[in-house]
Design a protein around this ligand. Structure first.
Ligand code: ATR
Length: 280
């Protein structure tokens, strides 16, 4: 029987998950496996996710805007999804029940370890720009990885306060945009989780000079691959890591759970996705 997995989103046409998973299916010679897009409108999304099996799927990725709905719909979760109250990966357990997981934070950390092997989470405070869903996954993962302090810089301070309270972050501070310079002082990592820097959006514009030169700078935006923030950081002498690897690495645990092979994030896969981006 074909093991079918889908990515659920609205819209979902832009999703590169099929490209990634079908590349691995071919590379590892996984037989009777298929990964497809499933456009699911917000109304009734929870029911669709609950009824994956009757739709013919053994698992799914869940993307915008359904990650929270997927969490609410499912009765079982791993610890990370429970903490984030958001699900990006659904697997069928041995007893046939569905479990919601969240691999976004894993993908973020795995990308840094892959591209900047000398980086250590405990090297200094981590500064996160933004307080949306991606910021939540990254903040929780950085705390788990040993970051001594998390500093959230966000336009809307209340959202950053809610993030810290909801995740129960132990050592975290909120900085309004006007105090970005203070947030950068002594930091070991700067990560942009906002949409700033994305093609067509304005760029992250604050001065990077208060950031120690030893700090790693990364962006979750990967179109363009080198955002204005990454370019400025590179020119100022910082080590930089682009955001494409987060997308690639977050897919690894799902593929392993569905198909029983732990896939590798290779340069070939990276080039495949880059070519797809360039072609759009
Ligand atoms: P996601 O869930 O994908 O992380 P999101 O929930 O839409 O995305 O969050 C987007 C983040 O980018 C937010 O932190 C948002 O700031 P606010 O909380 O103040 O809305 C931030 N953001 C988006 N556009 C921005 C802009 N022009 N200037 C500053 N911050 C911006």
């Amino acid at each position: 029987m074909t093991r079918r997995v889908c990515v659920i989103g609205w819209p979902v046409a832009h999703s590169r998950s099929p490209l990634i998973h079908n590349h691995w299916i071919a590379e590892y010679g996984v037989e009777d496996a298929e990964y497809v897009r499933l456009a699911v409108e917000p109304e009734g999304a929870g029911d669709k996710i609950l009824n994956l099996a009757s739709l013919g799927f053994i698992g799914a990725n869940v993307t915008v805007p359904h990650k929270e709905v997927a969490f609410a719909a499912l009765g079982r979760h791993d610890a990370v999804a429970r903490r984030l109250k958001a699900v990006n990966t659904v697997v069928t357990l041995a007893d046939g029940s569905l479990e919601g997981r969240n691999t976004d934070g894993y993908g973020f950390i795995a990308n840094l370890k892959d591209r900047a092997p000398s980086w250590r989470a405990d090297a200094g405070p981590a500064v996160i720009l933004g307080a949306g869903g991606a910021a939540r996954a990254i903040a929780a993962a950085l705390e788990d990885e040993g970051a001594p302090e998390i500093r959230i810089v966000n336009r809307t301070a209340g959202r950053a306060e809610a993030l810290i309270a909801d995740l129960g972050l132990k050592s975290a501070k909120v900085f309004p945009l006007a105090q970005t310079a203070m947030a950068l002082e002594g930091a070991g990592l700067l990560v942009n989780t906002t949409t700033l820097g994305m093609k067509g959006e304005s760029e992250v514009s604050f001065d990077l000079s208060p950031l120690p030169k030893s700090a790693l700078v990364t962006d979750i935006v990967y179109t363009p691959l080198e955002t204005g923030l990454l370019r400025r950081a590179r020119e100022a002498g910082h080590e930089v890591v682009d955001g494409l690897g987060m997308l690639l690495h977050q897919a690894v645990p799902g593929f392993e759970a569905w198909f029983g092979v732990r896939p590798e994030v290779t340069e070939e896969l990276r080039q495949l996705v880059l070519a797809d981006i360039a072609g759009k």
